[in-house]
Design a protein around this ligand. Structure first.
Ligand SMILES: Cc1cc2nc3c(=O)[nH]c(=O)nc-3n(C[C@H](O)[C@H](O)[C@H](O)COP(=O)(O)OP(=O)(O)OC[C@H]3O[C@@H](n4cnc5c(N)ncnc54)[C@H](O)[C@@H]3O)c2cc1C
Length: 435
């Protein structure tokens, strides 16, 4: 039986090992715990949930729900176990974290095709098929070797990201389209503040509640250009107005003069379905981001597909480094799965494990893998990882990355349509694959 190495028994690694075992491969699953723990991992068990116990929304008509349904179609181990140990959480799928990790560990350990190797893995030779799923806190020798393999500027250790909102949730009657000093065409939309609006916004911003940093994140140096917007604002009433909210070079056609301050919105994808709040990297709690940033003119009903974060997070510049099927470019058989590959979130990481295993086993059987259709959430996520992006940031499931439809559907109808469309093409894709 052909043997494959999977490194890391987190969410991605366990899914990868399970998928490969079911496909008839022998798996050597390397896990450094309990010999070595990252600063966030505490338990000896596999598939440890390092923070929340929620796998987000269950509803099919939500991005997270749609993705989970696709994962079920691909035989997700994590979801099978999650369904057995769920706890009440309204519309979300949340689990008893211990029972969840125990359940996954038990399934992996009792699988005769999977051999557990309890050690820190540091080798990156291309002589055996390998899936690296060592997660967002990958460090040490392995991180150094990954850097050597992918180029020093392709592995990031800290994520300082601004929030992203969907284009169709913005109120364009309050925005104007202009690049600063008209350099760069129509690349930016601007949300203009008057003096009173800016001061009210500043007041909420400096008093908003921040997320608690882990002890291992507190000493992280923050470069001046990456300063959280709330920290910058605390330097004084005008600090943000001389920083990312500067109005210079802008002319508001609605008033005929320069705004007092402005937030610039930059396209996040080529289609312009999502916008990034330029310079708004932040450490505010997610609920606070929604509350305070919804005070920005035009963003009153903004839908946040990703909140801003400032946290330790090792991830690869996927579009530059991976080949579209999670294999490191220039290698024969080294794949990357989970958060390290540039996805964001528990279930997204788990899904990456399933997909890396499928792509690798396709190639081992002599076939080139077929890309998942972009209408599926997983296909869109893979497409996001493969699409050139000069400011690549990890991304979780969201409706904004799917191919959009125009027409007069309201948001609920549209999301329901996307979910049904996705599942239908996923079914067809799997039927073709299984022929
Ligand atoms: C502090 C923190 C909090 C987070 N909170 C959330 C949250 O609430 N909700 C959410 O959706 N996402 C959250 N995430 C993001 C992400 O979804 C999780 O980190 C998720 O666990 C990633 O899954 P993974 O399989 O890629 O990595 P992990 O689950 O981290 O698994 C990696 C595994 O590899 C092992 N390993 C690492 N290096 C080696 C090595 N060299 N040799 C052998 N084994 C190794 C580790 O011990 C670990 O078991 C959080 C991330 C962090 C860092």
């Amino acid at each position: 039986m052909r043997s494959i190495r999977v490194i890391g028994a987190g969410l991605a690694g366990c899914e990868a090992a399970n998928t490969l075992s079911k496909a008839g491969y022998a798996v050597d699953l390397y896990e450094q715990k309990p010999v070595k723990f990252s600063p966030a991992h505490k338990s000896d068990l596999f598939a440890e949930l390092v923070c929340s116990n929620s796998f987000k929304a269950s509803r099919l008509e939500s991005a997270a729900g749609m993705m989970k349904e696709e994962m079920r179609m691909l035989g997700s181990l994590c979801l099978e176990v999650a369904d057995q140990c769920k706890v009440p959480a309204g519309g979300a799928l949340a689990v008893d974290r211990n029972r969840f990790s125990e359940g996954v560990t038990e399934r992996i350990k009792s699988d005769p095709n999977i051999r557990i190797v309890q050690e820190e893995f540091t080798d990156l030779s291309d002589d055996e098929p390998t899936i690296i799923a060592t997660g967002p806190l990958t460090e040490g020798v392995l991180a150094e070797k990954l850097k050597e393999l992918t180029g020093t500027d392709s592995l990031y250790f800290f994520d300082a990201a601004a929030p992203i909102v969907t284009a169709d949730s913005l109120d364009y009657s309050k925005l104007f389209c202009q690049s600063r000093y008209d350099r760069g065409g129509d690349d930016y939309w601007n949300a203009p503040f008057d003096k009173a609006g800016y001061e009210a916004f500043w007041n909420e911003l400096v008093n908003a509640e921040c997320a608690e940093l882990h002890s291992f994140e507190k000493d992280q140096p923050v470069y001046e250009g990456c300063m959280p917007i709330e920290k910058l604002a605390k330097r004084g009433l005008d600090a943000a107005r001389y920083g990312p909210m500067k109005p210079v070079g802008l002319h508001n056609p609605m008033t005929g003069h320069r705004p007092w301050a402005a937030v610039q919105l930059r396209k996040e994808d080529a289609e312009g379905t999502m916008f990034n709040l330029v310079g708004f990297q932040t450490n505010l709690k997610f609920g606070e981001q929604k509350r305070v940033f919804s005070m920005i003119p035009g963003l009153e009903n903004a839908e946040f597909v990703r909140y801003g974060v400032m946290h330790r997070n090792s991830f690869l510049n996927a579009p530059k480094v991976l080949d579209g099927f999670l294999r490191i470019k220039g290698t024969k058989q080294i794949y990357v799965a989970g958060q390290l590959s540039g996805v964001e979130g528990y279930m997204e990481s788990a899904a990456g494990g399933i997909l890396a295993a499928r792509f690798l086993s396709e190639r081992l059987s002599g076939r080139e893998p077929v890309a998942l259709p972009k209408e599926t959430m997983l296909g869109s996520m893979m497409n996001y990882l493969a699409t050139e992006n000069k400011d690549f940031q990890p991304m979780g499931a969201n409706m904004g990355i799917l191919p959009q439809i125009s027409g007069k559907m309201d948001k609920t109808e549209r999301y329901s349509y996307y979910a049904r469309r996705g599942l239908e093409v996923m079914r067809k894709y799997l039927d073709e694959e299984n022929k």
